[in-house]
Design a protein around this ligand. Sequence first.
Ligand SMILES: Nc1ncnc2c1ncn2[C@@H]1O[C@H](COP(=O)(O)OP(=O)(O)OP(=O)(O)O)[C@@H](O)[C@H]1O
Length: 488
Amino acid sequence: MLSVRQVSGGYAGNVVLRDISFDVKKGELFGILGPNGSGKTTLLKMLSGILPIQSGEIMISGQKLQLFSTKQLAKMVAVLSQHSSQSFSYTVKETVSLGRYAHQKGFFQTWSKEDEDIVQRVMNQTGISSFKDKNIQELSGGEKQRVFLAQALAQEPEIFLLDEPTNHLDLSYQKELLDLLKKWTTDNKLTVISIFHDLNLAGLYCDRLLLLDKGGVNINHIPNEVLREERIRDVYHTEIQKHPHPKVACPQMVLLPNSYEEVKNIEINESMLMIDNEIIKLSSPMPLRTMSSGVMGAGTGWYQTFINRHVDKTYNCSDHRMEMALFLRSKGIEPSETVGMMTAVFLEDVACHLIKQDDFSIFVVITAGVGNAIDASKSELHSLELIPGTINTWIFVNGELTEEAFIQSIMTATEAKVKALHDLDVLDPVTGTLATGTSTDSILIAATQIGKKLEFAGTITPLGKLISNAVYKCTTEAIQKSKKRKQI
Ligand SMILES: Nc1ncnc2c1ncn2[C@@H]1O[C@H](COP(=O)(O)OP(=O)(O)OP(=O)(O)O)[C@@H](O)[C@H]1O
């Protein structure tokens, strides 16, 4: 659809862009990124024909941009610039209707039913019909932005060029505008080329991204390749971290504020633990990064309070999450800031252990009942009935874990737990074979994310060795305590 070949140019005496080449396919949503002054707006001006290029070639549908007449270009290419809002004193509908100019035919240009229908439709789509008779000067920045968007859409262009279209728009209109553009690219094969400052919106909506740096192309690729931590850090000169979006397969970047570096080193240890008949509670002085399978706070997150709650063997509740949330609230604990687990084990039989290395440490807290023990290799022989007896494993790491290390910590802890069960000869009551766990075990890995960077947690790594050691010891001790209680 659009082809840019070795284009250079800028302003009198100031070459801003050098040797830019890229192609945009019909129906693509193509994002242009880059730091302030990298040449994004200059490039967009060149694509729209406002700014002549000094060398190279811009082709639209196989024809050189310079060979289009103004009217032909206006039919083909619509532009929503950053400064569209410096407007004349027209009503909203009049402003939108101006978008039809290039489509009007003959010397006495007449307003057709088609023109009217299109104007009505785009006003509905952009949510501006309700104030169509208002003077545009009376609108807010976001409302004006939507009016100019409607004007551009009324043009029914094949290519739509936008300079930071979400500027001035609140969260819901940002989403609506981009959803609408995306829909137009898929339904009507509209080609959208847009400048973005918000890397996350670009990552969410664009098919491809062009990253400009100091007037040149750094990369032109799919969002996942462009939005790489090292690349964005180098081009934007700022600390940033990449995360997967929780719902869709799109990259997201988060900024790291400077205050993040200033948090003092703290150690999660036994002094933060409180144990009574009802709960084991660990209150951290700051939120910890977690990965867990708790009833509350499952998955990944940041949590400050950790609860292991004793419930009766007969505990049965159709909505145990809701019941747990009510229970926590009754104790003055905020459920949204809490990782919560349940166990029928007597809480005084908990085993905990702090192990230190030179520059990091871990604190492990385990309760273990094995009435529900199961051999994972023969689990198909079990019915779904849940018998009380659960191993709840908490591992607090005073250090900074990578994503790999979080997952490896879970693997290492599980291996150490299985070995403890084997060495204690814990049997699956249904199969009579050695148990590998219980059917309701839960795990929590919680890290301060300050101090020593711990990249890996496999069994042979420094962190893995500590986890293996502490989990094996604590699981063994907790099972022995709970077995002893049963014998009494
Ligand atoms: N009209 C102009 N005349 C001369 N130089 C200009 C003009 N407009 C922009 N420039 C210069 O061209 C360079 C690129 O500007 P441009 O507006 O294209 O950057 P940008 O990437 O869009 O930046 P921003 O993110 O700040 O909008 C800058 O150094 C700027 O000072």
